[in-house]
Design a protein around this ligand. Sequence first.
Ligand code: NAP
Ligand code: HSE
Length: 432
Amino acid sequence: MEKTKVGIVGLGNVGSGVARLLTEQSARMTRHAGQPLELAKAVVRDLDKPRDVTLGPNVLTNDLKEITEDPEIRVVAQLIGGTEAARQVMLELLESGKDIVTANKALLAEHGPELFDRARALNRSIAFEASVCGGIPIITNIGQCLSANQITSLSGILNGTSNFIVSRMEQEGADYPAAVAEAQRLGFAEADPTMDVDGTDAAQKLSILAHLAFGARVDWHEIPRIGIDTLDAADLRYARELGYRVKLLAIAKLNGELELHVSPTLVRAGRPLAEVREAYNAVTVVGDAVGNVFFHGLGAGQMPTASAVVSDLIDTAVGRTRITFRTLELWSGRPPRVTLGDHAQARGRYYLRFTIRDSPGVLGDIAGVLGGYDISIASVIQHEPEVQGEDELVPLVIMTHLASEGAAQSAIEEIDGRDYTLQPSVRMRVLD
Ligand code: NAP
Ligand code: HSE
């Protein structure tokens, strides 16, 4: 029987899971690919590091040439993180005639145009299902299964680490550094977890989805983003009191132009997105023909991510990826179908928390400033002061009606300039 020899570059969390599926479930792979997939080589930096997978003799190497110079290895899973070394490895693999599968969204978001151009010029393919939402097949669903639709909006929890951290803080009162460390220990977080918690990872994934779903060619740096790294546990409590949960949401909304942003958002309890916990990811997609579709599953972690990588390896081995890649709009020469709108004009409801001195006229002044920017108040919570004394710190929470991003930003800046404001104010979008 014909077989496909497979290489892996990077045998960390994801690479080890891929190696385990290929070696421990080889009969299943043969059944689905119609031929065996043989793990021929796995490239790492450090040959002495313990690995949580048992490989055959001579499979582990620290020399990429053992893959690039072996014409029998046709398909390679490129599973090293970061961008610069990963870019170089991808280019070498393409030049040596390999079809590639990758989970590295940072690499694609940064160097996708160059890598896809090169792959097309060399008649090779790149499959990347694992790069967004780990085990959820969101790339295939948006790129192929929903291609009859004009997608009109997409709202997603795209970063498992952030969702894990916020869930732990909300449900168990875990403190932030402990929750970050736990996400690292469990293998969800990036080598540098800053990318997870500051919204970078979600913005990179959103830039890929926005191109697939809307034909928007957007540099991820252009996407306004706020992470969970500045989130205060007090806001999780107020959100709950108001009937909401806080989630790091990535939003794409088509309204003539495209609105894109990543930010902690109050999601009304009971909405499917509000109930997504731990390292789970979820995406709500609205299409003009299909209506509302909800995807949910583990978006990070060894085996869920390996599930997507190995499915791509099978698709590549049997030739399906080649057809998909040829027709893919992503980073092709086709002109963008939509442009990015002015973020200041985007409209939404807001949660605002002010920390103010408890003095006569303050509430009225704040209402006046908001009104001056055409921001209407929907509800107010003011609890008793937390500190008794002359300068009593009073948290004042306001939910607004619809307002523009620019107006909300300007109003906050003006209120933060008042002498009764004792700490920078908090502003979050609301999804009802
Ligand atoms: P990881 O645990 O840090 O593993 C990275 C691996 O790459 C290590 O085995 C490392 O070798 C190897 N490596 C790094 N630089 C190399 C080089 N220049 N040459 C050869 N090997 C090199 O990372 P990971 O969590 O598996 O993530 C891999 C990729 O998948 C990242 O792009 C990540 O964003 C993406 N991803 C991860 C998850 C997840 O849940 N972890 C989910 C979806 C996507 P040594 O072991 O010898 O150091
Ligand atoms: N660090 C990423 C996350 C891995 O937490 O979602 C999956 O891309």
